[in-house]
Design a protein around this ligand. Sequence first.
Ligand code: SF4
Length: 282
Amino acid sequence: MHLNIFVSQRCFIYCKGCYSHSREEKCGEMLETDKILNFLGYANKKGIKKITICGGDPLTRPDIIDLLKEIKKIGYYISLDTLGTSILKEIKVNSKITIPQTSAKDLARTVDMIGIPIDGSTNKVFSLFRPTKDEIVNQQIEICNELHKYGADICINTVLHKGNIDDIFEIAKIIKSLEYVKKWQIFEFESFGKFGKLNKHLFEISESKFLEIKEKIEKEYNDERIQFKNTKTRNKLYILIDNSGDAYVSSTCNLKRNNRRIIGNIKEEKDWPKIIRYLKMK
Ligand code: SF4
């Protein structure tokens, strides 16, 4: 299984279809750096070599670049998923929190793969999922160009949902024009997390619709950079660690707390072997 770790909860975009449990945590909540590194040091010695850094948004963590450098030093291949906005400008999260600009150069040199979302070919479609008044499509392209300037490997992430399904071929044209992009991941919308469940009616598509689009795109583009991730296969692939340190897998069984099955907490050394056993499951 793949390890995903939330390193910050200071989300500033408030996606309507947010599928992350991190949004339910208190704004500002984050795991202490030493707790993250201790666990990751142990996990790496036990054979875990890859990690995805996420949050709401990971670049809102004040020591993010230092943390990434330390994770790299341990020996991880790092993927990082971010909206990327702070690469272009300072962000005001609320009246108390302002996020300074992040250095594209530092990020490109520390992270192995940077995931940037593009969920629509127009601001209108994009904003259905991630509401913003920004010129968001141009902004995302500018972020990619800026990262590419410093040699970053970039992956575009698209959540396929009811509102952008008719736009997917236009999004494909944008990705095609960004020749340097290494991967384009298309995720089936998943109604996880409080907001994902609340707004499920706006975004959910059937599995057969997802597979129909997959077939059409593969036929039209025959591009090995494109990867499709549907809900069923994806849930079995990840262990997530939230800002409280809880390690969990997604569970569709309603008896489990918030559709999560908690395996342990990385702040507790006694839980580490169990978490590693899960990570090594195929
Ligand atoms: S999906 Fe990510 S960026 Fe969007 S609100 Fe949720 S945590 Fe924030």
